[in-house]
Design a protein around this ligand. Structure first.
Ligand code: NAD
Ligand code: FES
Length: 274
């Protein structure tokens, strides 16, 4: 059993942060790696990439978007409640190195995963430029935390309620046009965002890493659910990823596979609140 130490509702309660007491995982987990949790004995297994870790305190932080039955159930939990199982660390750590100037791009809940990676990029001695975006001001998460880590931070909102009006790809293209010293880019967010970021960065020849979120079941390479097409080869996201070179990812295939269960996810949420 894993105790919830702190719970914070963000983005009008549609995104929730949980700090969970998990000392063994906290000691080992690295940026980019994920856990699989089960809220209770009969619960489904959901993979979540870590947003932060406090190694000394033995705490891992996860940030969850409420999209289905399980995440709705999670939203009902509070500090002091327990999560039945937390398994991890799973997946490969993000390849973090000192490169010089790097750019990190985060969209929506993707900013949570990006936060842990940005922290490591900064600690490795890089100059970090950040671009983060959300649909509207109230949906933007971790702005203060990202501002502390980044040497420069650009914020966008789709509706223009805060920062630059438009998608994250708007300032990205402008930045790459003006600056030729970006050594690598990390982009994490919805599939369409990562796909469009990669289209732009390919044009400018800047290596771009992405974190993929296909459907997962076991998270240990056995079921094949999480297969993704990387440069024409089948890879299992849970053991070969979740981070991949974005210029090699078949985003269209990933989008198609992920959309297969969207209706079930929505139905399960509706059923659970009836
Ligand atoms: P969202 O739809 O609110 O979009 C977040 C930001 O992404 C936008 O503000 C915009 O800047 C950018 N974006 C959106 N569409 C774009 C486009 N067509 N071109 C360029 N940029 C675009 O995102 P959300 O609600 O946080 O996530 C939506 C889905 O993505 C969810 O299903 C979620 O599970 C998934 N997701 C995956 C990851 C991951 O692990 N890679 C991270 C976050 C979210
Ligand atoms: Fe089963 Fe990756 S989740 S192989």
């Amino acid at each position: 059993m894993f105790e919830i130490i702190r719970k914070d509702e963000m983005a009008k309660g549609t995104i929730v942060r949980f700090d969970i007491n998990a000392p063994n995982i906290a000691q080992k987990i690295k940026p980019g790696q994920f856990i699989i949790l089960r809220v209770n004995e009969t619960g489904e297994r959901i993979p979540i990439t870590i947003a932060d870790v406090d190694r000394l305190g033995g705490i891992i932080a996860i940030i969850v978007q409420v999209v289905g039955k399980t995440t709705a159930l999670m939203r009902s939990l509070k500090a002091g409640d327990f999560i039945k199982d937390v398994v991890g660390p799973l997946g490969k750590p993000s390849p973090i190195r000192k490169l010089g100037t790097v750019l990190v791009v985060g969209g929506g809940t993707g900013i949570a995963i990006l936060h842990h990676i940005t922290k490591a990029m900064k600690e490795a001695g890089n100059t970090v430029i950040g671009i983060i975006g959300a649909r509207e001001k109230d949906m933007l998460i971790l702005e203060d935390e990202m501002r502390l880590l980044c040497d420069e931070l650009i914020v966008t909102t789709d509706d223009g309620s805060y920062g630059i009006k438009g998608f994250v790809t708007l300032p990205l293209e402008k930045y790459l046009e003006e600056r030729k010293d970006i050594k690598e880019i990390y982009a994490i967010g919805p599939i369409i965002m990562m796909k469009n970021v990669c289209k732009i960065t390919k044009k400018y020849g800047v290596k771009t890493m992405v974190s993929l979120n296909p459907v997962m079941v076991d998270g240990t390479g056995m079921c094949g659910c999480c297969r993704v097409n990387i440069n024409g080869e089948t890879k299992f996201c849970c053991i070969d990823g979740p981070d991949f070179d974005g210029h090699q990812v078949d985003f269209d295939e990933l989008e198609k596979r992920n959309s297969m269960y969207l209706k079930d996810e929505k139905d399960s949420l509706l059923f659970s609140i009836k």
